[in-house]
Design a protein around this ligand. Structure first.
Ligand code: ADE
Length: 418
């Protein structure tokens, strides 16, 4: 079996941590039990490009239980959990191409290795796998039934491919399922981003000014959790509706050029490039902490910081301290890569349970509907989304009410007023 991981001797540690995650993923466990019996993915080759974490390991086992032949590579150079990779290889015979801290060339060579598997279904987090197929490996396209996409940034890329008429196979936007972004993006990113910042720095949030750039689902989550820890939160936005929402949620909303001189901690979650750049570093306080929790490491202009500094040192494992000419120090966390996965462990398993339940069920949907789909970006079927919500509620022991016949009738009746 061909694979490329850091250290196979980490497998026992990985196995235990995967077991822990599995215990917190009841919906995926149910799907796995059904997949074991029904084998809906028999004979399907899948290449997955995901953050290689313990939760991803549980998803890979679920797909394998369904009969799929799976390989996985990293979707980010700094997010891999090397022990989880080792266990996937050692205990589950699932090839992994991922090493935490790999350079960009290795990152892309790992994607190419995963594509040697000649996937019939692709699974992406950020769309690097699909983009590599479209730009370098078009020969694989005739065999591809379709793929799934996990994250907002990936869905934006795919929609741009669709709009430019270059998309060559169907894709399902898993991110857009309600049971994905309402929970994973908000509560998952909210908690894990704060977790990453704290693990990297051990700062006390209480009393600090935290600037959250972007008030999408992820930004909403981070702002909420930072406030919960006693931080004074500022939101920056370009979208008037989101800015208004942030203001009415009780945050201070202002331009980044104004926030730059006030903030103690800056977190970018916009999905866009150079949100924090030279003009902002120029006015930041001494000791400011800057990090990113968006998918790509483009949101902070790191090359500007490199240009502006006279000294750089790694003061803690995930903290690079840049000393500027005037003596001010700016601390960049996790090399500007997503801080929740570089310095912490990503979203907790119980929220990945819903995201990855959607992934598993969408892969099954693709396999079953291979002939009827076209080269488009599809939403997650409503039945899948609702089913995931129902199963999650059940696993939490929460019962909800049912409409009475009279209530159903009322909702379809236009003549009844006061
Ligand atoms: N994305 C965010 N958190 C994650 C996790 N724990 N596993 C896989 N992908 C993730």
């Amino acid at each position: 079996m061909n694979y490329d991981i850091k250290d196979i001797t980490l497998a026992p540690k990985g196995r235990l941590r995967i077991e822990w995650a599995e215990q917190l993923m009841p919906v995926l466990r149910l799907i796995r039990e059904r997949f074991e019996k029904e084998k809906p993915l028999e004979g399907i080759r899948i290449s997955a490009c995901l953050h290689v974490t313990t939760e991803t390991a549980v998803l890979m086992q679920t797909l394998k239980a369904g009969g799929a032949d799976v390989v996985v590579c990293a979707s980010n150079p700094l997010s891999t959990q090397d022990d989880a990779s080792a266990s996937l290889v050692e205990h589950h015979q699932i090839p992994v191409f991922a090493i935490k801290g790999e350079d960009n060339d290795t990152y892309y060579s790992h994607i190419r290795s995963a594509l040697e598997h000649k996937p019939m279904i692709t699974m992406d987090d950020g769309a690097d796998l699909v983009c590599t197929i479209h730009s370098e490996k078009q020969d694989l396209i005739p065999n591809i039934i379709g793929g799934t996409e996990e994250t907002t940034t990936g869905v934006i890329r795919l929609r741009s491919m669709e709009a430019n008429n270059v998309l060559m196979f169907p894709l399902i936007a898993v991110n857009d399922a309600n049971t994905k972004h309402f929970f994973d993006n908000r509560y998952g990113t909210g908690q894990s981003t704060v977790d990453g910042i704290i693990r990297a720095t051990n700062v006390l949030f209480a009393g600090l000014v935290v600037v959250v750039c972007g008030y999408g689902w992820c930004g909403r989550g981070v702002a909420m959790r930072a406030r919960g820890l006693g931080a004074n939160v500022i939101v920056t936005e370009t979208d008037p509706l989101r800015a208004l929402e942030a203001a009415m949620d009780g945050y201070r909303v202002m331009q980044i050029k104004e926030a730059a001189s006030i903030g103690d901690i800056f977190v970018t979650l916009t999905g866009d490039i150079h949100v924090i750049r030279e003009e902002h570093f120029q006015v930041m306080k001494n000791g400011a902490i800057v990090c990113n929790s968006g998918h790509f490491n483009v949101e902070i202009d790191i090359s500007a910081l490199e240009r502006m500094c006279i000294k750089k040192r790694r003061i803690r494992e995930y903290v690079d301290e840049y000393t500027l000419k005037d003596g001010r120090k700016i601390n960049l966390l996790g090399e500007g890569r997503l801080i929740n996965l570089s310095a912490a462990e990503g979203h907790p398993a119980s929220v990945m349970d819903m995201s990855f339940a959607n992934q598993a069920l969408c892969v099954e949907f693709l396999a079953k509907n291979a002939d009827s789909l076209s080269k488009k970006v599809y939403s997650v079927p409503k039945e899948i989304d609702e089913n995931v919500a129902k199963l999650k509620l059940e696993s939490m022991g929460i019962k909800i009410d049912e409409l009475t016949d009279e209530q159903k009738n009322y909702l379809s009746e236009w003549t009844m007023g006061t």
